[in-house]
Design a protein around this ligand. Structure first.
Ligand code: FEO
Length: 396
């Protein structure tokens, strides 16, 4: 049986780790697993914040029972209804039939739709408060981080923010659950990957939420994934990271994402990268999209200011994995990127035209002349790649 972990007086971690699932939401790789965090606040009233994925209900319910230690579970606050957090709701309700479910109108519609539960629910509105003893809860509606019902709950007495997906990371909690007990360095890239893959489309809602939370004194951030943030510098870092990512600001660096069936288009990518390096660009990431899962490519596109895409022509279209990539980029309303592109064909060129249309639709700043190659690189092809790289390096 998993024992609960005391985070601070009256506050317990009752979440679980998932080291089994290959793909989050059925399509994002989980090489380091993921945690589903749930928290119990014990006071005159006992409050549970979110549950966990249904696959882990048993371990979670045992942990919760141990944490309650005979006390009644009064409230379940649902900050987010995606089933990685609400999945254990049905079973929780069978074990704790008197628990009152707290959520906003959209949450309660989903509670009914997913779990058939209509009784024992209380709808709250933005700014409502719920005193539970020494502790007092205040609700902040933060739609689209990551679903429309998403909200955050701020414990006003000690400055604890139950933030839902926001400020979360992929990666399991391997022993320590609080940042002061672990080395957070292994989570930063996974936080960016989580943000870019899952929340990346919702930059404006994230900006609105950050403005809404701006005056709060945040002492502890309890997200539903990854470490609990308690150290001042870490709290500042996660807030700054969310601010930067949601404004689509990139660092000085270049992502070259390319497809290549027989290596010819890859030679163009190599030539561009070599010239960027010769021009003083140090952060250059090459992603062969046939090999690298797009989850990581998207992460790096969010990290860096310049994006260069290269694609062979395939069936008179973009290379399929490049097509998937541009669709994912457009689906995230990516902004503020310097963009360069190149492509290839054997008998009729389409890829470069399609990338031009993508650049225009995305409102990216196109820099340099796109390079189009027929069949295999010539000296002129490589000269074109060098010129493209120089133009981009000059812009950085
Ligand atoms: Fe962790 Fe949007 O669910």
């Amino acid at each position: 049986m998993l024992r609960p972990i005391e985070i601070k007086k009256d506050l317990f971690y009752v979440g679980v780790n998932d080291r089994t699932k290959e793909l989050f939401e059925g399509h994002w790789p989980l090489p380091k697993g993921v945690s589903y965090n749930s928290y119990l606040l014990k006071d005159e009233k006992c409050v549970l914040f979110d549950t966990v994925d249904i696959c882990y209900s048993d371990a979670f319910l045992q942990r919760l029972k141990k944490a309650l230690d005979g006390k009644k579970l009064d409230y379940l606050v649902i900050n987010h209804m995606e089933p990685d957090h609400s999945g254990s709701l049905g079973l929780l309700k069978t074990q704790y039939p008197d628990v009152r479910i707290i959520g906003n109108a959209r949450t309660l519609d989903m509670v009914k739709g997913y779990y058939g539960i209509e009784d024992g629910v209380t709808a709250i509105k933005d700014g409502d408060e719920l005193p539970v003893g020494v502790h007092n809860l205040k609700f902040y509606l933060t739609p689209m981080i990551h679903w429309p019902e998403t909200m955050m709950t701020y414990e006003t007495t000690h400055g604890i923010l139950f933030s839902g997906d926001a400020f979360g990371t992929f990666g399991t909690l391997d022993g320590g659950v609080v940042d002061s007990q672990l080395n957070p360095d292994k989570y930063w890239d996974e936080m960016i990957r989580y943000y870019s893959n899952i929340v990346g489309k919702f930059g404006n809602p994230v900006q609105k939420a950050l403005a809404k939370l701006g005056d709060l004194d945040l002492k502890i951030i309890c997200s539903t994934h990854g470490p609990i943030w308690t150290e001042k510098e870490n709290i500042a870092k996660v807030l700054a990271l969310y601010d930067k990512l949601s404004r689509y600001e990139g660092d000085r660096g270049v992502v070259i994402a390319y497809g290549s069936m027989y290596g010819h288009t890859e030679l163009m990518a190599e030539a561009i990268a070599a010239e960027l390096a010769a021009s003083g660009v140090k952060d250059i990431i090459l992603h062969n999209v046939s090999k690298r899962d797009l989850s990581y490519v998207i992460r790096d596109i969010f990290k860096y200011k310049v994006l260069i895409i290269g694609s062979p022509t395939y069936n008179n279209e973009l290379f399929p994995q490049i097509e998937a990539l541009v669709s994912k980029i457009q689906g995230r309303d990516m902004k503020n990127r310097i963009f360069g592109y190149f492509g290839s064909y054997t008998w009729a060129g389409a890829a470069v035209k399609r990338l031009a249309a993508f650049a225009e639709a995305s409102n990216f700043e196109v820099v340099g002349e796109p390079v189009e190659m027929k069949q295999a690189p010539t000296e002129a092809t490589i000269d074109g790649c060098i010129a493209l790289a120089r133009a981009i390096a000059a812009k950085l």
